[in-house]
Design a protein around this ligand. Structure first.
Ligand SMILES: Cc1ncc(COP(=O)(O)O)c(C=O)c1O
Length: 326
């Protein structure tokens, strides 16, 4: 057994996540897309294929956030109307005989966000919609209060951005050790609430790789920023240390945050949409809010001067639930 496998086993034994996903997710080489993007080698980490009923990066964190919940627990969480975090939480909580109450704020509508919003309404026990992002705190309060009638409540922060969830993304990164012959120059991922990139950073440090982690900011700076991402990584590291699993970690050196937001969260950008079309021509289906904006950064020469790249493919809402490209 390799060291990363041993570390994964220790972490699973110490934190007892529940089982929602199919691991490891595949790592696929994409030579034609690499050529189109102008890099020497490109791999796709298929986090979109993490679970059959509803995949995507959020399943990694949910295994830790939903663990140990009694049947009937109501998870209260928050996100935009097209939030795949909200949808994944609702779908996977139901598999554990638990329910979900959502507080949501509007985002620009695309086919994809409309489909996810409809699926959220179908899968959640309660949805409280704010008229605007400013109304969100009140919507959260109302959702929290109403959820009391449905069962014992547990809070999950927006995007599932919690140190426990970060550990799920750390495990995803450890999978790369068995999937790549050599460390890549960079791992490129969308940066929303930060948990995914925080876990990748911890994983890269645990593997002893010099790989750069490029987080493409697709949400406002208040939510998606370097400080919060590093804070999540440090908190996850402390949690592991408290369970007797120390990790070496000097994250600031490895993290590069690049702005990909454009007009705002959920607003497609022209660069993102061209990247999305290029990826689609090669069979890679990206969403406008996260994947397309992140992939666009790979196409920007000079911003990200790397040759061997792993792209974190995070959007995994299947057709049965409503995937269409935004
Ligand atoms: C499809 C998708 N990709 C990427 C992200 C960003 O992940 P994080 O919030 O952990 O930064 C999200 C967050 O909701 C997401 O839904």
């Amino acid at each position: 057994m390799s060291d990363p496998e041993r570390l994964t086993g220790k972490i699973r034994a110490a934190l007892a996540p529940c089982s929602l996903g199919d691991w490891p997710t595949p790592l696929e080489r994409a030579p034609a897309l690499a050529m189109a993007a102008g890099v020497h080698a490109l791999w796709l980490k298929r986090e979109d294929r993490s679970a059959a009923p509803c995949g995507g990066n959020k399943v990694r964190g949910l295994e830790f956030l939903l663990a140990g919940a009694r049947a009937g627990t109501v998870f209260v969480t928050v996100g935009a109307t097209g939030s795949t975090h909200c949808l994944a939480t609702a779908v996977h909580a139901a598999r554990l005989s638990c329910a979900v109450a959502l507080a949501q704020f509007p985002q620009p509508e695309t086919d994809s966000s409309r489909a996810v919003a409809a699926a959220c309404a179908a899968h959640a026990a309660l949805v409280v919609r704010a008229q605007s992002p400013a109304g969100l705190p009140l919507a959260v309060l109302v959702a929290w209060r109403r959820a009391r009638r449905l069962g014992p409540r547990r809070w999950i922060p927006g995007g599932g951005a919690h140190p426990r969830a970060v550990i799920g993304h750390l495990l995803a990164t450890l999978e790369l050790a068995g999937q790549l012959a050599e460390p890549p120059d960079a791992i490129l991922a969308p940066l929303g609430t930060g948990g995914t990139v925080a876990g990748i950073l911890l994983g890269v440090a645990a593997l002893g790789w010099a790989t750069r982690v490029v987080g493409v900011r697709v949400a406002p700076q208040l939510v998606a920023n370097r400080w919060r991402t590093l804070w999540l990584a440090w908190r996850a590291r402390s949690l592991l240390a408290s369970r007797g699993i120390p990790l070496s970690f000097s994250p600031p050196r490895g993290l590069v945050v690049v702005d990909g937001l454009g007009e705002g969260y959920g607003h497609p950008t022209s660069r993102g949409e061209s990247a999305r079309r290029l990826a689609a021509d090669h069979g890679l289906i990206l969403d406008s809010t996260y994947g397309a904006k992140a992939f666009a950064v790979l196409l920007r020469r000079g911003t990200c001067d790397v040759q061997r790249v792993v792209f974190w493919h995070t959007f995994g809402v299947p057709a049965s639930i409503g995937e269409r490209t935004g």
